[in-house]
Write a protein that binds this ligand. Sequence first.
Ligand SMILES: *[C@@H]1O[C@H](CO)[C@@H](O)[C@H](O)[C@H]1NC(C)=O
Ligand SMILES: *[C@@H]1O[C@H](CO)[C@@H](O)[C@H](O)[C@H]1NC(C)=O
Ligand SMILES: *[C@@H]1O[C@H](CO)[C@@H](O)[C@H](O)[C@H]1NC(C)=O
Ligand SMILES: *[C@@H]1O[C@H](CO)[C@@H](O)[C@H](O)[C@H]1NC(C)=O
Ligand SMILES: [Zn+2]
Length: 365
Amino acid sequence: MRNRGRISFRRKSRRAHLMPALVGLEVLLASKGSKLSMLTYWVFHCSSRFLWWWGVLVFDSGALVLFHASGSLMVKWILMILLQFLPGAVSWGKEGHYATCKIAEGLLSEEASAAVKELLPDYAGGDLASLCSWPDEIRHNHIWRWTSPLHYIDTPDFKCNYGYCRDCHDLAAHKDMCVAGAIYNYTSQLTAHGLSNLENYNLTEALLFLSHFMGDIHQPLHVGFTGDAGGNTIIVRWFRRKSNLHHVWDNLIIESALKKFYSSDLATMIEIIRTKYLVDSTADISLWENCTSNQTACPNPYASESISFACKYAYRNATPGSSLGDEFFLSRLPLVEKRLVQGGVRLAATLNRIFLRPHPSISVA
Ligand SMILES: *[C@@H]1O[C@H](CO)[C@@H](O)[C@H](O)[C@H]1NC(C)=O
Ligand SMILES: *[C@@H]1O[C@H](CO)[C@@H](O)[C@H](O)[C@H]1NC(C)=O
Ligand SMILES: *[C@@H]1O[C@H](CO)[C@@H](O)[C@H](O)[C@H]1NC(C)=O
Ligand SMILES: *[C@@H]1O[C@H](CO)[C@@H](O)[C@H](O)[C@H]1NC(C)=O
Ligand SMILES: [Zn+2]
């Protein structure tokens, strides 16, 4: 222990080399919304009272603050614990799904609303929207990796149209493995509920998948060209930020709109776009809800709309390397808002058709 000064100096210089790598790793993990990674990082760097320590704060806006400090261990721990509770490290990209499901919730029939509440786990507190991103959260887990193709449809390059038989399959050509097939699948699981017990499906999962996929199928680039993976391989700049075109349509247009027009308040944005389309507009919403020939779910026209919008708005003027700014943002935002509302209206209409009769377990009770 007498040599502590020297040892600690050596350790410090070794860690000084590690620092850039760790900071880089931390930025990466933090930007993916992993709170745990931040904790690990701070524990690692706070564990020696003789060392300076570093931290990274990641805000919703994507801004990063790198800071370091020295001081007593107690102060460090208190700071560290406080930082864990700062908002901003939650996972991104939830806004669109939340909006679609929130709008749907307000349009559910009494029967559908009761059935949905009964299927939701207790921790959802009866709020479907709070769990509508669940399928995105689990899709990278190996148990759930098979669900990944269910989030989108790959269509032939530059064709701008969609056909179920031609396009609804995964890379290995398994039929029905696409977002439209999944909407049919989970609708029929929920519809069969109480009618047959041949298959014991988890209907909580069915509800969450259906609600999420109804959002996905309305995002134009979730029905996009095979060659660029729905815009994922098209690298662009979004204002000053480097990103890809798919992410622009999943997240960045919505995030920029929140900041610019809705003081970063999602509830305000949802209320305003809901009112714009469902109260003030003269558009006939029953045309959105309408399903052909008595079907419970009809995802195919939604997918056709999406690829058509993808060609007209998403891919247009967004070639690889382009810089997208206000012009692209402001001309595309109305479409994004409309698709969020449309997804909500159609999710509600589908759930209302599914739960047309009183929910079996409610009528039995
Ligand atoms: C339908 O749902 C079941 C149960 O989750 C799943 O095993 C099957 O792969 C799904 N198929 C499609 C096309 O979604
Ligand atoms: C249904 O799925 C959810 C989410 O995966 C899980 O938490 C729940 O335990 C499952 N319910 C049953 C009865 O297996
Ligand atoms: C629903 O759509 C079908 C086919 O697209 C059409 O024939 C029917 O008139 C529509 N119904 C309403 C109420 O719009
Ligand atoms: C729709 O359902 C009604 C009642 O179940 C039935 O009489 C009618 O033939 C169905 N129409 C089509 C096009 O399937
Ligand atoms: Zn998804």
